[in-house]
Design a protein around this ligand. Sequence first.
Ligand SMILES: [Zn+2]
Length: 701
Amino acid sequence: MLAGGAQATESSDSLAASNPFARPSTLPYQLPPFDRIRNRDYDPAFAAGMTQQRADMRAIAENPAAPDFANTLLAMERSGRLLDRVSLVFFNLSASDTNPEIQKLEAQLAPQLAAHRDAILLDPQLFARVDALYRQRATLDLNPEQVRLIERYHTNFVRAGARLAPAQKDQLRALNARIAAAQTAYEQRLLAANNHGALIITDVRELDGLAPDAIAAAAEAAKARGLAGQYLIALQNTSGQPALTDLNSRAVRERLLAASMQRGWQDGDTDERALITGIARLRAERAQLLGYPDHATYALEDSTAKTPTAVNAMLGRLAPAAVANARREAVALQQAIDAQGGGFQLGAADWAHYAEQVRKQRYAFDEGQMKPYFEMRRVLEDGVFYAATRLYGITFKRRTDLPVYHPDVQVYEVFNSDGSRLGLFLADYYARPSKRGGAWMNNYVDQSHLLGALPVVVNNLNVPKPPAGQPTLLTFDEVTTAFHEFGHALHGLFSNVTYPLFSGTNVPRDFVEYPSQVNEMWATWPEVLTHYARHYQSGAPMPQELVAKVLAAQKFNQGQATTEYLAAALLDQAWHQVGPAQVPQAAQAEAFERAALAKAGVAFAPVPPRYRSTYFAHIFGGGYAAGYYSYIWSEVLDADSEAWFKRHGGLKRENGDAFRGKLLSKGGSVDAMTLFRDFYGAEPDIRPLLERRGLSGVGDT
Ligand SMILES: [Zn+2]
């Protein structure tokens, strides 16, 4: 089975042939056969998948032949196909279309999968083979991608604890299982807390200020929950909520913000406090077991930032300037309140409402004027896709003949300029109670030459669904998010690597946001904006003066936006830059949060952190623990690259091809900062970022 290649591990004796995961999908691009997948198919497929991969790994470990690249690294890269197939579908759907059965299974699987991973990475025989190859790598006559594969495997084994003594490995296994279980419990509680926290309004007059389509959507959402005749404002992930902008009633705004900010802090079924403190403590214990003072030091070692010192320096440099900007903005908002005889002091629930008024005054336009020009399908096809076609020559064809997991999902086939096939793109843009909050990209199939696989990628957004027959009109934020997520999608689609480990977005966490942020620049690029921003009824292009206002208003409110982001990033570091003894008990979680914000100089009540600890899924659900700083860290590279595109003539094939060829296609096959320098031609420069965020003056030291 080692020399035999990918096919050798494709069938499983222990899994019924009728199970939709038993064999690779025969659909185009190996799209999962969603129409055949039932809840009951997952559990046996996971069980067989884990058994199979463990058997593969045992065979590699016990191979009597001396380790070489093919019998160890290639064999490991080829292992686990069944487990991959079922995992990719399961974890995509547990995020975007879950149900009680999936949730139950997820809770059972989390510790099993952690144990499975440990069984491989803590296997001394496997590590001995990887370690032997690692030591010989310079003399093995391998190409650079192969050498890097050895190095990454070695790093992954070592960081997972391969060098620990047997007793410590047992402790580590136990910690990993507990962390996995706690993270899953946290995510599930958060979904419940979000749904539970939704604001129910019985009297439509309380919604005064909301646009008619938003009121209709709220009525629809209430009806879907069996509350016909009432109105439901669902909670978005963040502290701030979109409806705060338009709601005229201060009391309702305050209720909505309170519902958002109290998520997970109250006793009962949705209380997250014990989970977040427990997760932070377990992670700190694990870090110490692995020889690090805290989780941040451990996590950052494998990032481009490298150390907490570097992250703290960057955040510490930006925070004072951002807060000073936010305070200046608050003065203008208070003036607006006073001018109307409001008679109250600006609070967090008022910020968006009065910011919108000041913005209207200063730039003479409002969000409501823009929305009719941002019809969802048009934004996607004539904006997001159009920019990609101009930059990379790729084209898109809608496919309605392929099965999807939810009727709201749209499938597009993507082609290179020479007509060759590139991959599939799934757009899942609508919110629903079964979908977690926020926006994200993921893969259903990872590109790799080794396995002969082309990519299947998905973008998830949480756009409120309008009543049947009504158009879906996006906010400008949602438009930007669509471009952002498609930047990740391009990173996945353009992947042109040999080994699955390096596919697409498998790059350091503080690098992965960089290509997606670059793609945001095309949302306001004049040729792109005029192409997609057309009135949904008349088809008329957005008037030039409105376009000019959109562009002019972009720097508005940056103090608030930067401050709320930095506050969350600093909070993340605070939770992860402490040893286990310093992690607070559940009852002290709120005091810990408050102290952390005060210490970092970002405690400014009108601008709460973008996420409070209890609903900070980026860090407590997994993924971005000690890594939420990544967005602004990546933004340095993004701002530099945007300047590069502008210097080189903007929206042009040559520019897109350079970005694709030197960076997007490489995935993780080359060191991330080397890729950046190859593309950009220089070391990163922080000044364009400071300029963009209105923070100039702090960075020129
Ligand atoms: Zn992103």
